[in-house]
Ligand binder design. Sequence first.
Ligand code: MLT
Ligand code: ZN
Length: 484
Amino acid sequence: MAPDGSGGLLGNDAQRQAIEEIKAVLGPKGWSQEPDTLAPLLVDTRGYYHGACALLARPDSTEETAAVVRLCNRAGLPVVPQGGNTSRVGSATPDESGAQVLLSMARMNRVRGIDPANYTMTVEAGCVLKDVQDRAAAQDRLFPLSLGAEGSCMIGGNIASNAGGINVLRYGNTRDLVLGLEVVLPTGEIWNGLRQLRKDNTGYDLKQLYIGSEGTLGVITAAVLKLFPLPKERATALCAIRDLDACIELLARAREASGDALSSFELLAGITLDFAYKHIDTAKPALDSDYDWTVLMEFSGLEPGHAMQNALESMLEGAFEDGVVVDAVIAQSEQQRADLWFLREAIVEAQAYEGASIKHDVSVPVSKVPEFIRRSNEALTNHMRGIRPYPFGHVGDGNIHYNITQPVGAEPADFMARAEEIHDIVHGITHDLNGSISAEHGIGQLKRDELKRYKSDLELDLMRALKSTLDPKGLMNPGKVLDT
Ligand code: MLT
Ligand code: ZN
């Protein structure tokens, strides 16, 4: 890193000049080259990728963002947009050249408006997801996107990565929750597509190109989000199930019994709860025994009262009588509900205490989840002695975080050196079941090469054609999703 804190590798005078012009446009609060300020932004949340940058730009408005991008475009400077820096695939980390501009959206954090009657809110990209949820709730509305990083991830990043989370089953992915977008194009032009319409059938749906494009086609600066009635009753249960197949049977029962008001249905393998109880002090066992498979589910009702609780209880009684469920606890208070959800969060953190882990974020048709897990477990345990599959996640969406923990006593580096062969096995089975190698985390840098193996040439050509049409100089978040 250069003494000024930048990578210091700008190629030519025009680029150096552009950096100075950007500083002038943004003013002293709008940029930094301080190593201490830059350091946390130049490493991804999992610590896989470390980058450098020529400048951290922190625009305060769409116009300032457009000015930065325009100056970068003119000088041929690559731009890496960043929100809360919570990408699971290295989408928001610049490369190591030190020649890229890191464009933080953090200062663009205004809620531009809420229209409760239209069930919409218009927000800037740098709004933290939790704040968006809270602002909607204050108007008796729900913004349903919910995920572990919600206290720090930003809505612009959620949209750019088409985030999933725990409520997709009922409300859809981020892609389904956006009605309009404002985007700064690679040229620095501003596309105002902030429409508040539920029906708009006027040709190509351009916003959908930007949603999930991980900053490779333009910079999302604001969005119109879809809101829903705020649930007035939530009924939550942790259930131990007979076996893996029982989870699919239980899912159907839960959807029916709730009148399709089932908002979450999460699978937790026994090992995940064991690790949580062992390593996270505040994680307390919710069931009296250990079980191989448990499900955390939630019904969300719109009426105050106990209709959902009653429906959940009688559904579970029937499932218990039929042997689908073997044990269950139903939250009797908001605190108990929070404790159950805390377990779901704790299992993610707990895995790190058992050494190195190799992660997968796959999806298969919901009905194929048991087959996927069984085949993967068998293939991996035959492949490596002592390997510890750690499956959990959004089984209601067919999305499993099929993580693998290293064998006890293995050298973490030796285990990680075998990541590719393990990905081959897991992604091979996923592909065989017509699944996806990235259900909700995106592609970023982590899965860019893997994408080339599993997408057809035709699909990749179409993606490249879009990229080169919309970003002909290849300056928007280069090296993410696609090679260029
Ligand atoms: C989760 O569902 O807990 C996360 O998507 C898992 C992860 O961050 O790897
Ligand atoms: Zn997830």
